[in-house]
Ligand binder design. Structure first.
Ligand SMILES: C[S@@+](CC[C@H](N)C(=O)[O-])C[C@H]1O[C@@H](n2cnc3c(N)ncnc32)[C@H](O)[C@@H]1O
Length: 422
């Protein structure tokens, strides 16, 4: 069948459909560099802005693919949904094109949260719009790990089938028989990787030193919150008076008794208490656990704190999401996040994200970042002739892309369920 690739990006839909024998006849992508890459990878020069497309100029086709921009819908985004003037309304152009060309299938991908955004009104708008122009909607949340690829990346896949050909037979891919690939099988052993900045290398070593010395054998989704070492202040001090507060110890056991104002007190408390005058709810359990660890290992912790690099707030928290009884950072994956240094299980990569390239997964045992080529493997885009130049641009585009293998599986089922290519 012939398909069009709207919001084409790196062409995750293109790869998935082409691997099932379908042919791209039109693409559109607003970013010049991605358009040039698309031309180089697939031999098609994409149109630029979807809002400027004259529908009559699009060649006839049987499938529309559209990974419409997801930022306004993701949890990290602004939660404005269809009200977002910039990207939220771009789906209207998919509807406009579908209404004119009436293709058999429409494939959409986005973050799962589009179902809830604006109290579900955006989702109703989207599904009703396609129903009103004659389509039956199927949707499912699928992550690459579900099909054996070692990346956690839940996305909603929407398949709209034109009602006159919908036989109710559409099946989502059966993933039960698929072999799981371990992240280690994806890692590329060549020596051309981007190494960790020496400050981060030292920091991880320092945290490992603490883990080796503390008398703990397991951590279950807990964070080690260094500023709580030696602290005694009430974890919720919204109702506490200034005089009362001076009786406690602040971050790293700093004395508050000499403070002359709340500002001075706040300077001696951990930064995460600043906004609501309390330890945030999600951190309380870990903070109290860290105080307990300190009381049992005061000497070790005090010496360790003296050498901790404290310039960066997030470097003072170790978020343990790894194997609970193997406290060796070097047997894990690491991600520097705004909330802390996150330690993750080694066999599956976290979701590649486009907005913050600083969160590129780290392989601490090799003192390096995941490479763009390895990330491309996690998106099944590694066979592309070219990726964007430079790590930041490559990760941004890969973090925006749809996983091409999931698209391939879904499209394979379209072929089977609707008797295409028999
Ligand atoms: C979520 S990404 C989709 C990526 C694509 N599915 C892939 O596999 O790489 C959304 C893409 O839409 C593009 N875009 C945003 N606004 C656009 C517009 N008005 N017209 C065309 N493309 C646009 C962005 O540059 C981005 O590459």
């Amino acid at each position: 069948m012939k398909f069009i690739d709207l919001f084409a990006g790196l062409g995750g839909f293109h790869v998935g459909l082409a691997n099932n024998g379908h042919e791209c006849v039109f693409a559109c992508e607003i970013e010049t560099e991605l358009r040039d890459l698309y031309k180089s990878n697939y031999g098609i020069q994409p149109f630029d802005d979807v809002t400027k497309i004259d529908v009559t100029k699009i060649p006839s086709h049987e499938i529309i693919c559209a990974g419409f921009p997801c930022q306004p819908f993701s949890l990290a985004g602004q939660k404005k949904g269809a009200e977002c003037p910039k990207s939220g309304k771009l789906i209207e152009h998919v509807i406009r094109i579908a209404e004119f060309h009436n293709p058999q299938f429409i494939l959409l991908e986005n973050v799962p949260n589009i179902v809830n955004i604006a109290n579900g009104t955006f989702w109703s708008y989207l599904t009703n719009s396609f129903k009103n122009i004659g389509y039956k909607i199927y949707h499912k949340i699928i992550s690459p790990v579900d099909i054996g690829i070692p990346q956690n990346r839940k996305r909603i896949f929407i398949v709209a089938v034109r009602k006159d050909i919908d036989n109710g037979n559409f099946n989502w891919p059966d993933t039960t028989q698929l072999k799981n690939i371990d992240l280690s099988e994806i890692l590329d052993k060549s020596n051309i990787h981007k190494h960790l900045e020496s400050k981060k290398t030292m920091l991880l070593k320092h945290w490992q030193k603490l883990l080796n010395q503390l008398s703990i054998s397991e951590l279950r989704s807990t964070s080690l919150v260094a500023p709580e070492f030696g602290a005694t202040y009430p974890h919720d001090f919204q109702q506490i008076s200034f005089e009362e507060m001076k009786k406690y110890k602040g971050a790293y056991g700093q004395d508050l008794s000499n403070c002359n104002s709340w500002d001075e007190i706040m300077e001696k408390l951990p930064s995460y208490t600043n906004k609501y005058f309390k330890i945030p709810d999600w951190l309380v359990k870990s903070a109290l656990k860290s105080r307990e660890l300190f009381s049992q290992n005061a000497n070790i912790c005090t010496k360790w704190v003296a050498k901790l690099d404290k310039k960066n707030n997030s470097w003072q928290i170790l978020e343990w999401r790894g194997n609970f009884n193997d406290l060796n950072i070097y047997n894990h994956l690491v991600q520097f996040r705004a909330s802390g240094i996150r330690i993750l299980r080694p066999n599956v990569a976290p979701s590649l994200i486009s907005m913050t390239p600083t969160q590129i997964p780290i392989i601490p045992s090799e003192d390096r970042y995941l490479s763009p080529y390895e990330a491309a493997k996690l998106q099944n885009l590694h066979k592309l002739h070219q990726l964007p130049q430079g790590t930041v641009k490559a990760f941004k585009a890969l973090g925006n892309a749809v996983n091409a293998k999931i698209v391939e599986f879904i499209t394979k089922n379209l072929n089977i369920d609707y008797g295409i290519l028999n």
